[in-house]
Design a protein around this ligand. Structure first.
Ligand code: AMP
Length: 418
């Protein structure tokens, strides 16, 4: 059953608690916390503009960072209130708590169309514990609940799940925000019966992170293209040498099972035929985690099936990029999750950028529906300046993966049905 959305509400004069994802990257400069990237705030503007226009009394709740139940000043949402006010050209009030008398008073003072942002909900341990008494205190603030925080919907926390259950139980509506609605449409409905050919590109670091997604997509996809370090676990499973590449030898069995399932179902499962390789060299420098920095020296293209012992695979090679691009150009639906190589280093970004360009061409020239499943692929597309040229980019990381695995997300399950 489709979920109720913010478009189905009649919220004039009602108190609407909106869970948003304002977990934005911040940096301290001259004793002030500055927002480095406001994408997540911008993503909530359509829902907020709709609610303002409908005369709702809007109460925003969100988390920032991991304050672990402490009032950590560097994780205050106060700078977000300022930024949101600028972006909306509309005043945004802020209260330095998220429950209690002071907050209840601030909510009682709200007029139709006004907005109040509550302080970081994770200043309380009860949030992540989904404590019923804490959820009850949040629920006391509102008549209606809206969840627009897809990126947090895989967590059953008080502000994402508990509060919705309480509001629903007393007869209140719990609706998806416009952003959440888009996520459910593209990662959910659109992939239920995708237009064919349906081509999936999976990359990134680990097979273990994505094996459930692979397993589920093997039921739907015509072709699966594999890149990133996860390709080396598949290569190892096929008996090739992978040198010093990042690999999960203990996952060779699941890689083999996926290859077997693809064969049985007639899914074309494509692995790289060439790669960019480099020599890892340990340095005396330490990274933030106190581990030695590894530099990658002497990059070259390796067109042999095996990788020499002293080198590691860092990107797909040009022949693979060409094959993947050609396959993508025949697709009608594309789902992409995970970079093809260590794209953060410009020397090893070519494979990821070629794939990004092919996804954009398939979308713009052939009318393919292209869905980017969150995380680093979104970063890569934005880095290539192509972010606005695909059909949809998910705002979730872990939430997108769990949703693609077919898991029920607690924050979605708690919403009312139409
Ligand atoms: P994920 O979060 O699983 O999508 O993984 C993204 C990370 O995988 C990025 O930080 C990439 O640098 C990394 N990655 C992709 N390909 C490789 C590779 N061949 N070797 C090491 N890391 C890789």
């Amino acid at each position: 059953m489709p979920k109720l959305t913010v478009k189905d509400l009649n919220p004039r004069g009602k108190r609407v608690l909106v869970r948003v994802d304002y977990n934005v990257p911040m940096e301290e400069r001259n004793g002030q916390m500055l927002i480095n990237d406001a994408t997540r705030i911008e993503a909530t503007l359509p829902t907020l503009r709709l609610l303002i226009g409908q005369g709702a009394r809007i109460i925003l709740t969100a988390h920032l960072g991991r304050p672990k139940g402490q009032r950590e000043p560097s994780m205050s949402l106060q700078p977000v209130a300022v930024k949101l006010g600028e972006l909306l050209s509309h005043p945004v009030a802020f209260v330095d708590d998220c429950i209690g008398e002071k907050v209840e008073q601030a909510v009682a003072n709200l007029q139709d169309g006004q907005i109040l942002l509550l302080e970081n909900v994770r200043y309380y341990n009860e949030e992540e514990a989904n404590d019923p008494a804490f959820a009850e205190k949040l629920a006391r603030l509102a008549d209606i609940y809206v969840n627009d925080a897809f990126g947090a919907a895989h967590r059953a926390h008080a502000s994402t799940e508990g509060v919705a259950r309480i509001i629903a139980k007393r007869g209140g509506q719990c609706a998806a925000g416009l952003l959440m609605e888009l996520e459910l449409k593209f990662l959910g409905e659109e992939l239920q019966s995708p237009s064919k050919p349906f081509v999936v590109i999976l990359g990134g670091a680990k097979v273990s992170d994505k094996i459930n997604v692979i397993d589920r997509l093997l039921e739907k996809a015509d072709t699966i293209l594999i890149g990133g370090a996860m390709a080396y676990t598949f290569k190892l499973a096929q008996g090739f040498k992978i040198g010093k590449s990042l690999v999960e030898p203990d996952r060779v069995d699941i890689a083999n099972a996926a290859l077997e399932k693809a064969k049985k179902r007639g899914v074309q499962f494509v692995l790289p035929t060439d790669n960019v390789v480099a020599q890892p060299v340990k340095t005396d420098k330490l990274n933030k985690k106190g581990k030695p920095v590894i530099e990658l020296h002497n990059p070259r293209i390796n067109s042999e099936p095996n990788i020499p012992d002293n080198e590691e695979g860092v990107d797909i090679g040009p022949a693979t990029a060409k094959t993947y691009s050609e396959i993508l150009l025949s697709a009608k639906t594309i789902l992409w999750n995970g970079p093809m190589g260590i794209f953060e280093d410009p020397r090893f970004a070519e494979g990821t950028f070629s794939v990004a360009k092919a996804v954009v061409d398939a979308t713009q020239k052939n009318g393919a529906v292209s869905i980017i499943g969150g995380g680093d692929s979104v970063k890569a597309l934005n880095k290539a300046g192509l972010g606005d040229k695909v059909t949809f980019m998910s705002t979730g990381g872990g939430a997108s993966l769990e949703f693609l695995e077919g898991k029920v997300l607690p924050g979605v399950a708690a919403l009312s049905e139409k």
